[in-house]
Write a protein that binds this ligand. Structure first.
Ligand code: AIR
Length: 411
């Protein structure tokens, strides 16, 4: 095992646990620096497996595959917090692994994650852990209406149910299989934002600008990053809180922390992701170093340089819904409409099964003059789509659009 201080240089082989789009973009960043890559993922056509030098097609807990990964790689990272923490621990006994498995284990469990936020002195939403019928019965009415979330294995709105009454809460808990859950009080949100930091093994930390995010049905839809997207005082508090959260974990790697901004302008932490994040995809096109470049640097021990945003950006997620404009047969959207827009960059993840709500790609728009046209192309209501924007959503979206004249200065 290399010592923490010795950088792992280009030409070495890096492994990724998980083969989704986040792994794919990491693999592409690593390959562009001259590293070789191995992806471990059970899916024969996983987005990262398809572009990696090697693909070990196996379950994340498969001992033989883990042994092969350790044998082939000089260092290993992960792209999906649902990868079992014990597998990461096993790998960490043999190779350099980041993020650390204990940080991943905390992020995998909403109850432990909330306890970590509290320990860091960062406010989070009032909540209660529900593991037993007795805890369900003891829940305070003050937490309703709320959102019931499974403590484990949830992402992109999966494993979450909104509940207004005690009856709905009981039904939702049964519907989720009576597994351990956290009930969070629904809060009056003004906006959502997130912060991405990269922390090295020596404790040095750099961060990206604060992203302002808009969700649709629990899935990130738009991230906007330009001067003035979030009030400056909140920007400072969000970055400070994220640094505390990463420091207390002795974290190594890229981490994203998501926040709610309440109507009274207070900041409340929502959740953390021990990996690059969807809200940071704009960094590939709008910054001199992307979140995947920094994942690579923290993993290999290469110098951590503060990233600089050179263009204001809007990132729009391209969900599987776009493939189902008219009926149930998936048809690729007419990309030429988007590709004709100057300053719009299309990223597709090579997923062969579009599904409604599935992240198929994203669009990064750095040309301010085409923001509205690009947003409308992605967002416009299509006949026979399952999701039709409500008036309130449309109003929120319009309000969230940046002004046509974008301030020249970028943080
Ligand atoms: N991911 C990880 N946590 C949240 C998200 N969205 C990414 C990872 C994972 C992929 O989404 O890259 O591998 C899974 O996507 P899907 O569409 O197969 O569910």
């Amino acid at each position: 095992m290399p010592s923490v201080g010795a950088p792992i240089l280009p030409g070495a082989t890096l492994g990724v646990m998980g083969g989704g789009q986040l792994g794919r973009m990491f693999v592409q960043a690593a390959q562009s620096m001259g590293y070789f890559t191995v992806v471990l993922d059970p899916d024969a056509t996983s987005p990262a497996g398809l572009v990696s030098h090697y693909h070990l097609q196996a379950d994340y807990g498969d001992e033989q595959a883990l042994a092969q990964l350790a044998q082939r790689c000089d260092a290993i990272t992960t792209e999906f917090e649902n990868v079992p923490a014990p597998a990461l621990r096993w790998l960490a006994q043999r190779r350099r692994v980041s993020p650390p498995f204990d940080a991943v284990a905390i992020a995998q469990d909403r109850a432990r994650e909330k306890a970590h936020f509290v320990a860091c002195g960062v406010p989070c939403a009032p909540h209660a852990v529900i593991e037993t019928a007795a805890q369900l019965a003891a829940v305070s009415d003050a937490l309703l209406p709320g959102i019931l979330k499974t403590t484990r294995l949830g992402y992109d709105g999966k494993g979450q149910v909104r509940v207004r009454t005690r009856t709905e809460l009981a039904e939702a808990w049964t519907g989720l299989g009576s597994v351990p859950c956290v009930l969070e009080k629904m809060l009056p949100l003004k906006m959502e934002c997130s912060v991405i930091v990269a922390r090295g093994a020596d404790g040095a930390m750099v961060h990206f600008p604060v992203q302002r995010n808009l969700h649709r049905d629990g899935i990130l839809f738009v991230s906007e990053v330009y001067d003035g997207n979030v009030p400056p005082a909140l920007t400072v508090s969000a970055i400070e809180a994220t640094r505390k959260i990463a420091d207390k974990l002795q974290y190594v790697g890229v981490m994203c922390v998501e926040f709610f901004v309440l109507q009274d302008d207070s900041l409340v932490v929502n959740e953390m992701a021990p990996r690059p994040h969807n809200s940071g995809h704009y960094t590939m096109d709008a910054c001199d170093l992307s979140q995947f470049d920094l994942q690579l640097r923290t993993l290999t021990g290469l110098p951590l340089v503060a990233p600089r945003q050179h263009s204001p950006a809007i990132m729009l997620n391209l969900l599987g819904d776009l493939w189902f404009g008219s009926g149930e047969i998936a048809v690729a959207p007419p990309w030429s409409g988007l590709l004709a827009l100057p300053g719009a960059r299309l990223h597709l993840y090579g997923k062969d099964h579009p599904r409604r709500g599935r992240k198929m790609g994203h669009l990064c728009v750095t040309g301010a003059s085409v923001w509205r046209r690009a947003s409308w192309w992605v967002f416009r209501p299509r006949r026979s789509t399952a999701w039709v924007p409500t008036r309130a959503w449309t109003a929120q979206w319009r309000k969230s659009l940046p002004p046509r004249a974008v301030p020249a200065s970028i943080r």
